[in-house]
Design a protein around this ligand. Structure first.
Ligand code: LLP
Length: 417
């Protein structure tokens, strides 16, 4: 379970806040992403409260879940945003986010995206290479603007996470080494349309220990010290995202302890602190609701074939990630070990292996912790329309994205004339 009281059983039936998932499935069909507004709100507020009187800005990493209803909720709570594309910029603006609270990360921003962000007046570009700096300087000059920049430093720290989501090692494509960063900051005069305003790093995702964050923070502080002694005025320090969540038996630091550790490790500097949390803000506030289509028992295994698949939630197939899968009605008998698989034509299309469940055809299941990197990484593989998304608020269910239609999927395609 997510650990949130917003997701729990009442008389053997799984609820999100005051709404039963059975009711949601009846009304909106499956597969369906269901989010709890209360859980999202509480999580944001937990981050914010943990910063107490420290000058800070929480920049929600939009990639974790980019639905504009979620962005709007965070914007209303005062959040800033970490974006990685022009598309994410447009979403934040559409959702009512404040451009002056946006940081723009990513190794391959193109000139068009830079123009969009300069027009919008974002807080900062997190620049990841000298080549990118040259382009940004040119684009800003063309527009007669000064681009605010942090260099993303690669602190060469082992985040001790899945290799696909580790970003702060020197062999990763992200950021520039600290020594190089120092040289680039010193060459500010070469970039008259750039203003260096910050210092940035992000070492990876789903970190379950504080130690790598502390190592990165210390390296950043050393660099900050050097830059300041050379007369550079750095206004903010961005320590990225990466705090892990509990999917099964992980024991990540609490939000409170994580923020307290960041604040303590930087308490001797006056700069505003930025962080870019994604998963930890939304991961445990959402589930994927799905239905068992067929049970199939072979001599080797029992399969529960469900109506959600790797195109809806890619994490198990891509990272062998574990998500709890629990019944919506938990008064079933006859428990068996199931391979929970989708209809997509790939052996890698699974949501869970060896899950002990008591199932009959038509049963509803909830994949837990699906609020982050679920819908945002979904695809249309096998021409499967993307799932509907709903947000529960107390006893009310709001549709925040309609289920896709096949017509929408093929609308842009055409036969040779
Ligand atoms: N900032 C930057 C520059 C990032 O690249 C990321 C995530 C974040 C912040 C947010 O990190 P978080 O707080 O969510 O850990 N698809 C993978 C996760 C990829 C993370 C990519 N970068 C997954 O499903 O586990």
């Amino acid at each position: 379970m997510s650990g949130f009281p917003e997701f729990g059983y009442r008389n053997h039936e799984l609820f999100v806040e005051s709404v039963s998932l059975q009711q949601i499935a009846d009304e909106f069909g499956t597969p369906c992403f269901v989010y709890s507004r209360a859980a999202l709100t509480k999580t944001y507020q937990e981050f914010d409260a943990a910063f107490a009187k420290r000058d800070h800005l929480i920049c929600y990493a939009v990639k974790a879940n980019s639905n504009i209803a979620i962005l709007n909720l965070f914007a209303q709570l005062g959040s800033g945003f970490d974006i990685v594309s022009g598309g994410e910029l447009q979403r934040v603006i559409k959702a009512g986010g404040d451009p002056r609270k946006i940081v723009f990360s990513g190794v391959g921003k193109n000139a068009h995206e830079m123009r969009m962000a300069l027009h919008a007046g974002i807080l900062c570009f997190n620049v990841e290479s000298e080549a990118e700096l040259v382009t940004l300087n040119r684009v800003a000059k063309e527009l007669g603007k000064i681009a605010p920049v942090s260099l993303r430093v690669n602190p060469d720290v082992d985040a001790k996470t899945h290799p696909y989501i580790s970003t702060g090692l020197k062999e990763n494509k992200f950021g520039v080494p600290a020594s190089e960063a120092e040289r680039i900051y010193q060459s500010a005069h070469l970039y008259p349309s750039i203003r260096f305003t910050g210092l940035d790093c992000h070492i990876g995702s789903q970190l379950t220990e504080l130690e790598p964050f502390m190592q990165a923070s210390n390296k950043m502080l050393n660099l900050l010290d050097t830059l300041q002694s050379q007369g550079l005025e750095i206004e903010h320090l961005d320590l990225g995202g990466g705090l892990g969540i509990r999917y099964t038996n992980e024991t990540p630091p609490s939000i409170k302890d994580y923020v307290a550790a960041l604040c303590a490790s930087t308490d001797q500097v006056k700069q505003r602190l930025l962080i870019e949390p994604g998963r930890s803000l939304v991961g445990n506030s959402g589930i994927l609701l799905m239905r068992v289509e067929y049970l199939k028992h072979t001599s080797a295994r029992n399969f529960a074939i469900v109506d959600a698949a790797m195109n809806d939630l890619m994490r198990p197939a891509l990272y062998d990630a574990y998500h709890d899968i629990i019944p919506v009605n938990n008064n079933n008998g006859d428990m068996k070990s199931y391979q929970v698989v989708g209809p997509v034509c790939e052996t890698g299309d699974f949501l869970g292996h060896d899950r002990k469940l008591g199932l009959t055809d038509g049963d509803l299941l909830a994949v837990m912790s699906a609020g982050a990197y679920g819908m945002s990484m979904s695809s249309n593989y096998n021409t499967r329309p993307r799932a509907i998304e709903v947000m529960v608020d107390g006893d009310t269910v709001h549709v925040i994205r309609q289920r896709e239609t096949i017509d929408q999927l093929i609308a842009g395609e055409q036969i040779l004339s």
